[in-house]
Design a protein around this ligand. Structure first.
Ligand SMILES: [Zn+2]
Ligand SMILES: [Zn+2]
Length: 388
């Protein structure tokens, strides 16, 4: 990719189509649905229409638009791609071509002018303000960052038929489902309008709230943050600090207990032969990133203290040695575990037992190094915090 930075012109005029859609849909969704429920009540099918349509479209944005098309974190079969394109379009967040191009610029130029939803222009701007104004970028050069997607006939098909897909899947399909109970308007409101607004704003939260609130365990270089609150709302996209640091990982929540529906869905696709080549960040790299962040935070505290020069000269070698001990012990444990998993089935029972003892020893070494590191960190945290 060339070094083209797609800057937006100053004082952009309003984009009336986008603005009208983003203003009218919440009005219809909230006032229309409230009016309908007041006069006609609500049925289980309408609630199911909302839940199922929200889940399908949110999953297609998260697992499809984001992790498959924008970042290529895994490969998947044509039927899965078609599913992503059809129900992703129904989220009404533009075609993959536009969405992925914007998103790749967001990662490449995060917190800079060429970031389409730059959080430094304000929370509301990053949330939806950026969509309300006309796109003044060079519309040919802008797409230089998605040559792979422009060569994909299915993606280009979606781009061409995007508006029709919106009409049919976003509005006609839920209306038709409502018709089963003779309540087409109920179907349109719950599965169409209310659902579109819900998926819109939960997706937008990742561009706004996930760059404003939460922790930064893996990188301090940009504004992206991890938020376990946002994860369930977005099918797993809340671990945004991890995602910005390791954007080619198919997971956003890398721990097994991290709530990440898209990660679980992609795993199911792999088990059923529909996905392959899932990219995972090596555990050692994740650990190193965390230790680096912790050292950087201590360095900032030391720099703010009165005796910063002398103190840092004394502390730095101790911190480097402590973190290196954790990395080495972790590496030794992972290597032993990998060898055990690879060869254990060829071994006799007593050889296996012997290795299990060795593995337990490596794990204990790693845990001891980690405990020492945590104690050091606790001691360091007594240093005064730097002024914000
Ligand atoms: Zn981001
Ligand atoms: Zn991303």
């Amino acid at each position: 990719m060339s070094d083209y930075r797609p800057q937006q012109g100053a004082g952009r005029p309003l984009d009336w189509v986008n603005t009208t859609f983003l203003v009218v849909t919440p009005l219809v969704a909230f006032l229309g649905t409230a009016w309908y429920v007041w006069h006609h009540g609500v049925t289980w099918l309408e609630v199911a229409n909302f839940v199922v349509m929200s889940s399908l479209t949110s999953l297609c944005i998260t697992g499809g638009y984001h992790r498959y098309y924008s970042h290529k974190t895994y490969e998947c079969s044509k039927p899965v791609q078609l599913f992503y394109l059809i129900f992703g379009a129904a989220a009404v967040e533009n075609s993959v071509i536009n969405w992925a191009s914007d998103h790749r610029y967001h990662h490449r130029y995060v917190d800079q002018d060429a970031d389409p939803y730059n959080i430094l222009k304000g929370g509301l701007y990053a949330h939806m303000g950026w969509i309300l104004f006309k796109d003044t970028r060079d519309q040919v050069r802008r797409f230089e960052n998605i040559p792979d997607l422009q060569k994909d006939p299915l993606v280009m098909w979606q781009h061409r038929w995007y508006l029709w897909l919106v009409v049919v899947v976003t509005f006609a399909l839920p209306t038709y489902i409502g018709l089963v109970q003779g309540r087409p308007v109920g179907g349109l409101l719950w599965g169409g309008f209310l659902r579109v607004v819900f998926v819109h704003h939960t997706t937008f939260f990742i561009n706004s709230l996930a760059h404003l609130f939460g922790s930064k365990p893996y990188s301090l270089k940009d504004t992206a943050r991890d938020s376990w609150v946002l994860a369930p709302l977005t099918f797993g996209e809340g671990y945004h600090n991890f995602h910005h640091k390791f954007q080619f990982d198919y997971r956003n929540g890398h721990r097994w207990w991290h709530f990440d529906v898209a990660k679980w869905f992609i795993n199911v696709l792999k088990w059923t032969g529909q996905a392959d080549r899932l990219k995972r960040t090596p555990e050692a790299l994740i650990l190193k990133a965390r230790l680096e962040v912790q050292k950087e935070l201590i360095a900032a505290r030391v720099a703010a203290s009165s005796a910063s020069g002398r103190l840092w000269a004394r502390l730095q070698p101790r911190l480097d040695a402590g973190s290196q001990r954790v990395v080495d012990a972790h590496q030794a444990w992972l290597a032993a575990r990998a060898e055990y998993r690879h060869r254990a089935h060829d071994w006799a029972a007593d050889a296996r037992r012997q290795w299990q003892g060795k593995l337990a020893m490596h794990r204990a070494d790693y845990e001891a190094a980690l405990i020492r590191w945590r104690m050091t960190m606790r001691a360091m945290n007594r240093l005064p915090r730097p002024a914000a």
